[in-house]
Design a binder for this molecule. Structure first.
Ligand code: SAH
Length: 351
């Protein structure tokens, strides 16, 4: 198999060039073309023909293809389904806010974490994405939509801490001054709470925001919703969050999807407030997105209001995430699910 030049830093491309007996400065030129979405060595017109031939022999280039693109008529949110080089597909969402455009990227094809309310995990994990595949979600969403991306959230399909090394390399590439140059403070990484990895992340000393998908403040509810809680527990998660905050100085944010009759009672709100205050976390409430295959429903507006009031009275910093793209299946693996289902149905029809 040819080496994945798209996942290499300019410094690594330099080493490759040295190996090929070429001058190092060419690395910057190549990285620059790749960062602009050029995926054909022959279009790299400042390289000699001989070098282009050599590069073609050594490295494979790939450009993700748009399998589906849906634009919300409500708020302009764009949802892409990209085809990867092996035929797998992942989702990317581009959301426009007053302060800029945010892209929500996937880091795996499927997911092995099994959260009970999430569509991404239904078919299990197929494979992890390469750094270049995550990077291309940002790059080609920007090129196709014409919207300059200023913020990234790793909140698409997959568990970032289950694809740790590739996600770290993606962050290095997307943050590179010669690449897309997106600042770490404009990036959020969301995890269901793989606490064994929190220290590794803190070691990197990145200025990103760590979002923890909490969704319940007590073990009984959380273990029911999130298998990742079983054998770990909310106390251990809080201890890991506290340690992360102390080591990095970066405030953690708790994601909390409000589910009717499951995690939205007064007791849940009080315990959540206690948990959030214990680690100085910010709470981000999301009304649950209904997933066809799942029995859960979003909390009522009345319950949400009462819940927010308790948190606010307790002095917790709380925001409610605006629902964007609700007409384009813009949540968590739903588009990929839909297409996968259609494909299976088509296959069954043909059989
Ligand atoms: N694996 C990571 C990131 C992917 S999911 C994680 O668990 O954090 C991004 C966020 O969407 C998570 O907070 C996840 O719990 C939430 N989510 C998943 N399904 C949802 C649904 N149906 N409605 C609302 N939020 C959902």
């Amino acid at each position: 198999m040819k080496n994945d030049i798209l996942s290499m830093t300019p410094e690594e491309i330099e080493q490759e060039l040295q190996r090929l007996g070429e001058p190092k400065y060419r690395a910057g030129q190549i990285f620059d073309w790749l960062s602009r979405g050029i995926r054909d060595f022959d279009q790299m017109t400042n390289l000699s023909k001989a070098l282009r031939e050599k590069l073609k022999e050594e490295f494979a280039l790939y450009e993700p293809k748009v399998l589906s693109k849906q634009v919300s008529s409500l708020d302009g949110t764009i949802k892409y389904l990209w085809e990867l080089s092996d035929g797998n597909a992942v989702e990317t969402v581009v959301m426009s806010y007053k302060h800029g455009n945010t892209v929500c990227v996937s880091c795996q094809v499927g997911c092995r974490q099994g959260c009970a309310f999430c569509a991404s995990t239904i078919g299990g994990l197929v494979r992890s994405l390469k750094p270049s595949e995550i990077l291309d979600e940002v790059l080609f969403s920007q090129l196709d939509s014409g919207k300059e991306i200023s913020n990234i959230v790793l909140m698409g399909i997959g568990e970032p801490l289950d694809n740790f090394d590739n996600v770290m390399r993606f962050l290095e590439l997307v943050n590179h001054p010669k690449g897309l140059n997106i600042g770490m403070r404009h990036i959020s990484l969301s995890t269901c709470g793989i606490i064994e990895r929190f220290d590794d992340l803190a070691d990197r000393n990145l200025q990103l925001t760590l979002s923890v998908s909490l969704h319940a403040p007590d073990d009984e509810t959380r273990s029911r919703l999130m298998p990742a809680n079983r054998g770990r527990g909310v106390d251990a998660l809080m201890a890991a969050c506290k340690r992360y905050y102390e080591r990095t100085g970066r405030r953690i944010s708790f994601e909390y999807a409000m589910i009717d009759g499951v995690n939205d009672t007064e007791q849940h709100a009080r315990l959540l407030a206690k948990r959030a205050k214990s680690v100085s976390a910010h709470v981000n409430l999301i009304p649950l997105n209904h997933v066809e295959e799942r029995e859960f429903k979003p909390s009522t507006a009345g319950h949400m209001k009462a819940f927010i009031k308790i948190l606010e009275n307790e002095g917790v910093n709380v925001t409610v995430r605006r629902r964007l793209g609700s007409d384009v299946d813009a949540s968590c693996g739903q588009l990929r699910r839909k297409i996968m289902k259609q494909n299976t149905e088509d296959k069954e029809k043909r059989a």
